[in-house]
Write a protein that binds this ligand. Structure first.
Ligand SMILES: Nc1nc2c(ncn2[C@@H]2O[C@H](COP(=O)(O)OP(=O)(O)O[C@H]3O[C@H](CO)[C@@H](O)[C@H](O)[C@@H]3O)[C@@H](O)[C@H]2O)c(=O)[nH]1
Ligand SMILES: [Mg+2]
Length: 303
């Protein structure tokens, strides 16, 4: 990759990542240097009790304060708002968001950048659910939650992105600013809301298949509360998805109106599980994968 005036700012939210931080920073620095890119990492730590901030301060000394910036918060305020906080300190024109626990490998960053440059995409998102992408190390429960969350939001809201809940993404800074100011979610649901709003606002999104490997050190911070917040988030975004779909003219087959009424009646009143409930009425859904060419995906119900 050739030298340019572009600068890439990574927002790295951390909570108890003391063991992971030195290695992820080392990998990031190596990737940026090898590709001759201008960079900085903004670590947003929420008062981790394990001393993550002490490590971050040492890393700032090693790599230089122009590359490693610690922007802490007073307590654990959630993943979504960590990005909002970090964004204030960004000096680059591109922002990369990713996890600090090696689930997101920096080796994919040059691919994100290359794809962004080919079509001047507003956003490039890593996807575990297209091409060679995948998830390693999760148990069945976690896989089902992730697939279910993606299925629910992609069926109801149809943003045309194959991985709505992933959080390894590259944004043009002004696009991220605009999206963040429109986004209301605070926790993990934030990622999905960002994609739905991006489509609604007409931003272009490219996808790079990534392998997501579960963390080696420490524990996931995703709990039952995040799942409830996610379902609420989908519900709140229904009107947006409906509007985008009408604008795209893709309202004939498996109409969102129909689904909206159906989900409203069956799921939110009776608590029936979405895919079973839908299949019972409409038959097996055949999801046409988003073709990654900007076209909207379609869902047809067969009986
Ligand atoms: N500052 C801050 N950081 C946080 C918080 N909660 C989590 N983090 C940091 O955010 C990153 C992801 O947290 P994990 O706890 O490792 O998430 P996960 O269960 O592996 O979930 C991953 O997959 C989800 C979807 O499948 C994603 O939605 C999620 O963003 C993440 O990539 C890690 O770097 C973690 O330290 C918080 O409240 N505050
Ligand atoms: Mg993780």
């Amino acid at each position: 990759m050739s030298a340019s005036i572009d600068k890439y700012s990574v927002i790295l939210p951390t909570y108890n990542e003391r063991s992971n931080l030195p290695v992820i920073i080392w990998l990031l620095a190596k990737t940026f240097k090898e590709n001759d890119l201008s960079w900085e990492v903004i670590i947003v730590d929420d008062a981790s009790p394990d001393g993550t901030q002490e490590i971050a301060k040492q890393l700032a000394k090693v790599y230089g304060p122009e590359h490693i910036l610690l922007k802490p918060r007073a307590g654990k305020l959630g993943l979504g708002t960590a990005y909002v906080h970090g964004l204030q300190f960004v000096t680059g024109n591109f922002v990369i968001i990713m996890d600090a626990d090696f689930s997101h490998h920096p080796k994919f960053i040059p691919q994100f950048i290359k794809l962004q440059q080919t079509k001047n995409y507003d956003i490039v998102t890593g996807t575990r659910y297209a091409g060679n992408g995948g998830v390693y190390g999760w148990d069945l429960r976690r896989k089902v939650i992730s697939r279910g969350a993606n299925f629910l939001a992609s069926t109801l809201l149809r943003p045309g992105v194959s991985d709505l809940t992933g959080s390894f993404r590259l944004y043009k800074k002004h696009v991220l600013e605009q999206l963040i100011s429109a986004t209301i979610s605070k926790g993990y649901v934030f990622q999905m809301e960002m994609m739905v709003r991006a489509r609604h606002l007409g931003f272009t999104i490219g996808e790079v298949p990534i392998t997501f490997v579960d963390r080696v050190y420490g524990e996931s911070k995703m709990g039952a509360n995040e799942i409830v917040q996610y379902a609420k988030g989908v519900w709140q975004l229904l009107s947006l998805g409906r509007e985008s779909l009408k604008r795209s003219g893709n309202t004939k087959e498996g109409s969102l109106d129909l689904q909206f009424e159906f989900y409203h009646r069956k799921i939110f009143k009776t608590g029936e599980f979405p895919s079973q409930a839908k299949q019972a009425t409409y038959g097996r859904p055949q999801t046409h994968k988003p073709p990654h060419n900007g076209q909207k995906p379609r869902v047809i119900f067969t009986s």
